[in-house]
Design a binder for this molecule. Structure first.
Ligand SMILES: [Zn+2]
Length: 463
């Protein structure tokens, strides 16, 4: 037996999620959503591979009931002896043993009223808005709306069909590939061609209209390695003008990030703006979600817009293997705010770095950036110090070598899984090629990533 995908490593930050027994290459989800009752009836087809000989497979599923599971292997139907839902897990017992490497499709019919999942980071998952639905699933909220292998290193493609009330638009990841008006309401189909983990899959339902926000025929003027994907906006009529004027800047941001990090990694980028205020904006594969309260002509709003867009490269295309490496998402997204600030002729990266360094120096220095512990995964200090780590590396390598490193990092691992060790190796290779001693980059960033005390603020890089 060859080419059995490697299993997701159980994550100590989320010990109850994912499985080492099964992986999913493709999900086909069909969801009927009754908004008034917040009720879903779904069918999920998981096309996957059995990773080791098993008699049962456990999937993640939170507070929804399952009425039917049909399993199909390469030799036809596979007997399902029993299914049960216990404590956020759907347990499927088979009549016999399935061998490692078996291609297995699980067709699961389920329904219920999705419930938010309580976590140390607040309530996550499927959430009712005043007039619609939002899904914010980081890190393990996907199970609130479909049965899945909820692990960041399990990346799959998706086909999503959502039927909902007339007058509402369900916005999902990727590209819309079909729209039908039915007697009972609207049906939209979306396809995500690039593989993404389940926590980055989303459905946003509201009285949205979707339209392009940039002239897609206009090519960016910034050179051969800049590549702009179509940008779309989903927003209700009342917020439309404000959203357009605040989010128009995304076009220039996309050019900037494409120049520094390589081409935008998905087919399109959609910004969804909810009528409700949101505590923070959220990233999903090929899409970001902002609240009405984020639509301001201010640096504070604009930096969030840059931050979410940058996650398409760092977090969504390059996704951590384990949650302890969250700085590979948040540090890079925060650094991208500084980069955008400098490129749009506001404050320089050094100004931002100095400010962040001063703020962090006044705060408790008890976090290890590369393994902060689950309770501190979304601590602002990880974001700021993660960005400072990259800034320190840029100061040590010079902006050109540093940019080359980031472009290679993205190109090599686009739509893959990454960890801190891999980043350090890549940084060392680039540093050595630029004439530095072996292990130079690791020596530069290690105090930032693995020690608790604040290293000295680096000298600004030669430009
Ligand atoms: Zn972020």
């Amino acid at each position: 037996m060859t080419d059995i995908p490697s299993p997701a490593i159980p994550d100590p930050y989320l010990p109850g999620s994912g499985t080492v027994d099964f992986t999913v290459g493709h999900y086909d989800l069909t969801l009927e959503v009754k908004l008034a009752a917040n009720r879903v009836a779904g069918r999920a087809r998981l096309e996957g591979t059995v990773l080791r000989a098993v008699k049962r497979i456990e999937l993640d599923l939170h507070a929804l009931s399952v009425s039917k599971v049909v399993a199909t292997g390469h030799r036809g139907s596979v007997k399902v002896a029993k299914t049960s839902v216990r404590r956020d897990r759907l347990v499927i017992d088979f009549g016999g043993t399935l061998d490692a490497g078996t291609a297995l499709t699980l067709d699961i019919t389920y329904s219920g009223v999705p419930r938010l999942r309580r976590s140390p980071w607040g309530e996550i998952g499927w959430e009712e808005l005043t007039d619609g639905v939002l899904v914010a699933a980081q890190p393990h909220g996907a199970a609130t709306w479909f049965p899945c292998v909820d692990h960041p290193s399990v990346k799959s493609t998706y086909h999503l069909t959502v039927r909902t009330d007339a007058g509402y638009l369900p916005v999902c990841n990727g590209l819309p590939t079909g729209h039908r008006r039915r007697s009972s309401g609207e049906e939209w189909t979306w396809e995500l061609h690039d593989p993404a983990p389940s926590y980055l899959i989303t459905v946003q339902i509201g009285r949205y209209q979707i339209e392009a926000i940039a002239d897609q025929h206009e090519r960016p003027a910034s050179g051969a390695d800049s590549e702009r994907a179509p940008l779309f906006l989903a927003v209700s009529r009342g917020l439309r003008d404000r959203a357009h004027s605040v989010l128009a800047v995304q076009t220039a941001m996309m050019d900037c990030f494409s120049r520094h990090y390589g081409p935008y990694p998905f087919d399109r980028y959609t910004a969804v703006v909810t009528d409700d205020d949101l505590e923070i904006p959220l990233e999903a594969a090929s899409l970001s979600i902002f609240g009405a309260n984020h639509l301001h002509q201010s640096w504070d709003s604009e930096r969030l817009v840059a931050h979410e867009l940058a996650h398409q490269w760092f977090g969504n295309a390059l996704t951590l293997r384990q949650w302890k490496d969250i700085w590979l998402h948040e540090g890079f997204a925060c650094y991208s705010e500084w980069l955008w600030s400098e490129e749009s002729d506001r404050s320089t990266q050094s100004t931002h770095a100095e400010r962040a360094w001063r703020v962090l120096s006044q705060r408790p220095q008890d976090l290890v950036v590369a393994d902060p512990g689950p309770e501190h995964m979304f601590d602002d200090r990880i974001y700021q110090r993660g960005a400072l780590t990259l800034y320190a590396l840029r100061c040590a390598l010079g902006s050109e070598v540093f940019s080359g490193l980031l472009r290679c990092w993205v190109a090599e691992h686009r739509h893959g899984t990454v960890d801190t060790e891999m980043f350090l190796q890549a940084a060392d290779v680039h540093a050595e090629a630029a004439g530095h001693a072996a292990g130079f980059a690791t020596d530069v960033v290690s105090p930032w990533l693995f020690d608790t005390g604040m290293p000295a603020l680096p000298e600004p890089a030669a430009r």
